[in-house]
Design a protein around this ligand. Structure first.
Ligand code: NAP
Length: 512
């Protein structure tokens, strides 16, 4: 006779779920699980607080570059944003409020690092090893570790010998007062361009090291006026603003136009960027030349910034349009061999985006690790699932970057939760993507990269082999459609021969 859900999964009758990470992805997953009546889950977070990237990145000037009413969950629109683009502290407050609103606190274990997970093919469970030595079991594993979570520390000769403070923007060291200091910042991506205008007025001198410039789109960020704050108290105005921002992005992404040189949308945006350079740096031809990219728009991840060019014009700021190659005990040496003495070194050198799941080793049905399976070229079906890794869902996985991220995280969470409901409803213990669907999907995704500016530019989207493994080349609506229709069609389901009831999974007492 067919086993009941209670016999299969325990008294609650729902699969036990472990979510890795309490950033925007893990919290979206928690909310969707709760909404589906699944209380048997725990979210492990390695940091001492929730928030993910918005906890990790606390550098001066840190704020989102998507409009606040779009960079927020569809289920939590009511929040008094004070700016067009929320600052990092405001985003953390928002995330904390979602955790409270949806009763997630009891499900989250902070300062708990997941090191590895291994599938047990007999019992259809994952055995999850934590850094504190504990081993937990679950039926379903959701990775919500994020995309830009492993900093790229340079390996320049002499870096260790630098005598002053040096730190990566991902771990800003606020104890060092930069007032009247000689400071070097290396990198000119989205992070550095937010920091430079904020620290330039206080330092003695700031050297900005640029290896290759990015295209900069004027951001138009500002604090909301009182009239706007009053207006956004109303649900209709909030919804209208969200639709306006979403529609702009969808139109720009339509038929991959924004990423493809030769389209009207692409040409228009490149010309906006060129116009911005000309107007901001009219009297500084040296800077104009140095910050103008020589590759087609967008090439790299475009930068949204209003104040960076203005800061570069200050007397106490010098743009060095050269890579850093070496560090001495007191100085930074550029590719031309010139050394500049500084007190503090800020590494705005970015992350390792193609190194998916860098901190967690997941082993699948065949005893092979996911990293071995990927062999340097990460891929997933819709970025989420991989053959041989049943009941494992990756939020913000391969080839899902570039769209409207919060909406992606919500749809990915819903996809996983639909599979969990199916496990309960159909009394199945393993759901796995079909290898033929997985292969066909990834061939199609790679074909879609043709003609984009990404292919011909230097960026962090490419694996070492040159394959673009991070980008989603379409809009959010299309992704939503695919996630909504493909779950059952793309997967197979089976039942374990033995008991698949996990033991020792820490879930709130009320749900055990
Ligand atoms: P990034 O975009 O990867 O930038 C790293 C920078 O370091 C690049 O300019 C890179 O130059 C430079 N670099 C590396 N090695 C160097 C060397 N030896 N000498 C000189 N320069 C060197 O990293 P990020 O700025 O931290 O941004 C990462 C991503 O985080 C962004 O693309 C965005 O997706 C996200 N982000 C978002 C926000 C927001 O929403 N507000 C804010 C910040 C970041 P090359 O370009 O030549 O490689």
């Amino acid at each position: 006779m067919r086993k009941s859900a209670e016999e299969l999964f325990g008294p609650a009758g729902t699969p036990k779920v472990i979510v890795i990470g309490a950033g925007l992805g893990g919290i979206a997953a928690g909310v969707k699980l709760k909404k589906a009546g699944v209380e048997t889950f725990v979210i492990y977070e390695r940091s001492a607080s929730v928030g993910g990237t918005w906890w990790d990145n606390q550098y001066p000037g840190c704020e989102v570059d998507v409009g606040s009413y779009l960079y927020s969950y569809s289920f939590k629109q009511r929040f008094p944003w004070t700016r067009t683009h929320a600052t990092q502290p405001e985003l953390l407050r928002y995330i904390e409020e979602v955790v409270e609103d949806y009763g997630l606190r009891d499900h989250i274990q902070l300062s708990t690092t997941v090191e590895s997970a291994a599938w047990d093919e007999e019992r259809h469970i994952y055995r999850v090893a934590l850094a504190n030595g504990q081993v937990e079991e679950c039926n379903v594993l959701i990775s919500a570790v994020g995309f830009l979570n492993t900093p790229r520390y340079p390996d320049w000769p002499g870096l260790d010998q630098f005598e002053g403070p040096k730190f990566h923007t991902f771990r800003w060291e606020h104890e060092h007062d930069l007032t009247k200091k000689m400071v070097a910042i290396v990198g000119t991506g989205s992070t550095a361009t937010q920091i430079v205008p904020v620290i330039a007025p206080v330092v003695d001198h700031l050297y900005v090291f640029q290896r290759e410039p990015g295209w900069i789109i004027p951001k138009g960020d500002h604090d909301y006026t009182q009239e706007q704050l009053d207006r956004f108290r109303g649900a209709v105005a909030r919804r209208r603003e969200r639709i306006r921002l979403f529609t702009w992005l969808e139109m720009a992404n339509f038929r991959r136009a924004i990423h493809r040189p030769g389209t009207k949308v692409n040409a228009n945006l490149e010309s906006i960027c060129r116009g911005f350079i000309d107007s901001e740096l009219a009297e500084r031809p040296d800077l104009r030349e140095a910050v103008t990219p020589s590759y087609p728009f967008p090439g790299k991840r475009p930068i949204f910034n209003q104040t960076y060019f203005g800061a570069l014009k200050r007397d106490n700021v010098t743009l060095i349009p050269k890579a850093v190659t070496r560090v001495t005990p007191r100085g930074i040496v550029d590719a031309a061999g010139v050394e500049r003495q500084v007190d503090v070194l800020v590494l705005a050198t970015g992350f390792q985006p193609t190194n998916y799941l860098a901190s967690v080793e997941v082993t699948g049905r065949n005893g092979r690790s996911l990293h071995d399976e990927w062999n340097g070229e990460p891929e997933g079906f819709l970025g989420m699932t991989v053959p041989g890794f049943p009941n494992f869902y990756i939020l913000y996985g391969p080839n899902t970057n570039g769209g409207e991220i919060i909406s992606f995280l919500e749809h990915q969470s819903s996809y996983a939760v639909r599979a969990i409901r199916r496990m309960r409803r159909e009394r199945v213990t393993a759901i796995e993507v079909r290898p033929d669907v997985f292969r066909a999907y990834n061939r199609w995704i790679q074909r879609s990269m043709k003609g984009t500016a990404w292919v011909v530019s230097n960026n962090y989207y490419k694996a070492k082999t040159g394959k673009i493994v991070t980008q989603w080349p379409y809009g959010a609506l299309f992704y939503m459609f695919l996630t909504n229709v493909s779950g059952r069609l793309s997967s197979t389901a089976r039942r374990a021969s033995g008991s698949s009831r996990p033991v020792d999974v820490a879930v709130p007492a009320s749900a055990a």
